[in-house]
Design a protein around this ligand. Structure first.
Ligand code: DGY
Length: 428
């Protein structure tokens, strides 16, 4: 089988009749930012199936109540006992805004990639003229949902319009155990209640977060439930509140793309509204520049301290359209590891090449960072990142993540968004 055939087969075998598992066993549900990347991958060979992925994702969007527009990190479309924490753990059944939803959900969100992926899908549909009529219809249905979701982020996570949204759980960042969260997690109590992890039945412990980390994930999950998911209470008292540069950059880019789609589909007032948020963030993000690392970093929203840790999330600045030129910094990163951009810079003291978001290369991040650099005129650097990704795909296939020093595939196997990234970014 060619790599393209292998990648398509992975999406097809992880398909559960309308939504795609990230990988069977380890992640047996529909994840939020995975779904957007997976839709983009499907779009490369099956447009109707691509749009279906997003329809299934938005089945879980909360409506009404203080969390109107919320899209969860996980949609639990079916039961499974291979994952912790499953649907019963989050306590969201019957929460305000969940009445009549087509699925159970978790209570935290994830980086809102959707509007950008939808715009890229739209661009592909326009190119393959045959898919335009369907794309047009799907986007008209999606736009109000995307707008409601972006407004949820701005309204509940940046009520004072600072330009920098806050996240309330490391799982919400999608970069779960990044060393950037070590300092803010030190103030989060460990849960006292018993629970059983399932991830270690699928992947070696050296590639997954430790127990001390899970104890805090569970504490924060339960804290959210104890506040009845009320944003004001959570934002006043959650012991973990962080301005994550990953979410901020991804939301920024998505709002730019959403404004462009709104303009194209005749929603000028909504486009202007998104534009105002984009402008505020453009200014505010300059406070997240690290002179030490010459890149953007995150901030502890409780203490006001910069979390001065060089992670790949801080290289999304070009993708987000932020003012600083990241080209020299990305060149340095690329010179330090042979297999593409690691999730944490290898010269950083807490870099761990095997452990999830503390070092490994994630291919969708390479795609987003390279795309931004290319758009800002750094085509040679973008091509160098793409070339290294191509080599990893060819040598190792489609893993969850990769060792940036040896190139070995790590984590879950037959991984959907890795395959989707290949189909969108490399195969075409
Ligand atoms: C996990 O369980 O590791 C997931 O990344 C949470 O979203």
């Amino acid at each position: 089988m060619t790599l393209t055939e292998q990648a398509r087969t992975i999406l097809q075998s992880n398909d559960r009749g309308g939504y795609t598992l990230p990988t069977a066993g380890l992640y047996p549900f529909q994840w939020n930012w995975d779904a957007s990347v997976n839709a983009l991958g499907w779009m490369a060979f099956d447009a109707p199936r691509a749009w279906e992925e997003l329809r299934w994702l938005f089945k879980g969007q909360w409506r009404g109540g203080p969390n109107d527009g919320f899209v969860a990190q996980i949609n639990f479309h079916e039961e499974s006992d291979t994952y912790f924490p499953g649907p019963g753990e989050w306590g969201t059944d019957g929460a305000p805004g969940t009445e009549g939803l087509g699925t159970r959900t978790s209570s935290i969100s994830q980086p809102p990639l959707h509007a950008t992926m939808v715009r890229w899908m739209w661009m592909r549909a326009v190119k393959n003229a045959g898919d335009v009529a369907q794309a047009d219809g799907e986007i008209r249905v999606l736009l109000p949902k995307l707008l409601a979701h972006h407004r949820w982020w701005y309204r509940t996570r940046d009520a004072r319009n600072t330009g920098l949204v806050v996240n309330i759980h490391p799982w919400e960042t999608g970069m779960d155990n990044s060393p950037a969260w070590d300092a803010p997690l030190a103030s989060v109590p460990a849960t006292a209640r018993p629970y059983t992890r399932r991830d270690l039945g699928h992947v070696e412990a050296s590639m997954r977060p430790p127990k001390s980390f899970y104890d805090r994930m569970v504490y924060l999950m339960d804290f959210n439930r104890a506040q009845n998911f009320e944003p004001e209470k959570i934002m006043a008292a959650c012991p973990y509140r962080v301005n994550d540069i990953g979410i901020i950059s991804i939301l920024q880019r998505a709002s730019i793309d959403l404004a462009a789609l709104c303009d194209e589909f005749g929603l000028a007032a909504d486009a202007a509204d998104m534009g105002a948020h984009v402008q505020r963030t453009d200014t505010a993000v300059q406070a997240l520049w690290s002179p030490t690392w010459q890149q953007y970093v995150s901030k502890d929203a409780i203490t006001g301290q910069l979390l001065d840790v060089p992670t790949s999330a801080g290289l999304l600045g070009a993708y987000a359209g932020f003012a600083r030129d990241l080209e020299p910094t990305v060149q340095q990163w690329l010179g330090e590891t042979p297999y593409g951009l690691p999730s944490t810079r290898s010269s950083f003291e807490r870099f761990e090449p095997l452990r999830y978001w503390r070092g490994p290369v994630w291919q969708h991040m390479n795609m987003l960072i390279a795309t931004g650099l290319k758009e800002q005129g750094h085509a040679a650097l973008a091509d160098a990142i793409r070339h290294r990704s191509s080599q990893l795909f060819a040598a190792q296939g489609f893993h969850e993540y990769y060792d940036p020093l040896s190139g070995a595939g790590l984590g879950g196997k037959s991984f959907s968004w890795t395959a989707a990234t290949y189909l969108h970014w490399i195969a075409n």
